[in-house]
Every structure is written in structure tokens, then in C-alpha cells.
Design a protein around this ligand. Sequence first.
Ligand code: GDP
Ligand code: MG
Length: 216
Amino acid sequence: MLQIIEVRKNVLAKNDELAAANRALFAREGLTAVNFVSSPGAGKTTLLVKTLTDLADRYRCAVVEGDQRTANDAERIAATGAPVVQINTLSACHLDASMVARGLTALDLAGLDYLFIENVGNLVCPAGYDLGEKMKVVVMSTTEGEDKPVKYPKMFRVSAALLLTKTDLLPHLDFDADKAVDCALQVNPALAVFRVSAKTGEGFDAWYDWLAAQRG
Ligand SMILES: Nc1nc2c(ncn2[C@@H]2O[C@H](COP(=O)(O)OP(=O)(O)O)[C@@H](O)[C@H]2O)c(=O)[nH]1
Ligand SMILES: [Mg+2]
């Protein structure tokens, strides 16, 4: 007798169930959860530190950090004063809904406006895992090559916004930012696009306006 077990399908079905429970929890608490995804080093933590600092007097925010190892990013976030929990995924290349659910038990969600989730740096696997967030935001930096959105389209397809970071480096690079944005819009014409630099602050006001409009 030949049996085929569809492990991936079962794993994802289970993940979807747990993500729905996270989503229901976020709705009960009245918070907006945003899942930040990118390749390693695109600038997610830097962007979060700046966002948390700039919005500290407007919103109450907490952070779930995902990395294979270390608490380095959680330490950077904690320095802003925001509550943070670090999840170490060890061999896993993405956060899943059960890991986030466990992380949430370490946070007080009452009164929060936003929960920011920084996923493991990886432009492929996190695209396939719903964590219960309201939306994914993909971060891509000017040092990565313009064609990443067409090479790794799923991440850009499942995201609501693209933050094109490190625009301060453009004078030193051959990177064509317009071409990169075209590639991203080619795979997802609905993407909200923000060109930002955490170093100069360029583009952050527009990002904050968009983030404010996503509440509820
Ligand atoms: N020039 C420049 N460097 C940046 C910017 N944002 C992040 N970086 C640098 O990029 C590197 C990786 O940033 P990090 O936030 O740790 O990326 P993550 O792995 O996506 O969380 C660090 O050395 C940051 O200082 C930016 O807007 N401009
Ligand atoms: Mg990081």
C-alpha cells in the first residue's frame, strides 16, 4: 500500500488555524499587527528603532523579534523603551504563528496600538507563513539589486507596502531606485511604496501617515 502524507499542507493548515487565533486576539485587544519581512540586513531593526522613537508620544507599541539566534535586535528595541520579546527560531528560517503566540504570552497587550513583528531575515520562507498580522511590510535596501522583486515575487505579492531603505546611499551606488520600484509594482501593483533613509529621515513622514491609516 502506498501512502502519501502531505506534510507541508498539514503544517500550513495548522499554522493558519493558529494565525486565526492570533488575529482574533489582536482584534479583541484593538491593536494593529504589522509583520516586517526582508532579506538579512535590509534595515528592519534600524527602521523599527526609528519608528518606535518617533511615534513614542503618539502610540503605544510592542515588538516581537525573530532571529535564529541572539537577542541583539531585542536589545536595540528595548533601548527605545518599547516592550519587546525575542524569539530564537534556531534552525527555522521564518517565524510561524505558534512561535508568535508563545511570544505574546510574555507581552502585556492591553492598551497597545501597534504590535510590530520583525521576522527572520529571509526573502522567501516568511512569505508563506501567516502570523495573524494585519499586513506584511517588505523592506528592501538599495544595496540589494533592483530585480529582487521579480526574482522573489511572492514576498512582494503578499505585502501591503514596500519600504525601499538606505536611499542615502544612492549617490554611491549604481542602483536604479525607479527600476526597483517598477519591478515591485510589476508583481504587485497595489503596493504602497516609500523610499526611506533611517540615516537622513527621508520618507518617514509619509510612512507614518500610511501606518496611521492602517489602524483598526
Ligand atoms: N546608510 C544606511 N544604513 C542603514 C540604514 N538602515 C539600516 N542601515 C544599516 O544596515 C545594517 C543592517 O541594519 P539592520 O537594521 O540590522 O537590518 P535587519 O537585519 O533588516 O534588521 C546596519 O549596519 C544599519 O546601520 C539606512 O537607512 N542607511
Ligand atoms: Mg534585525
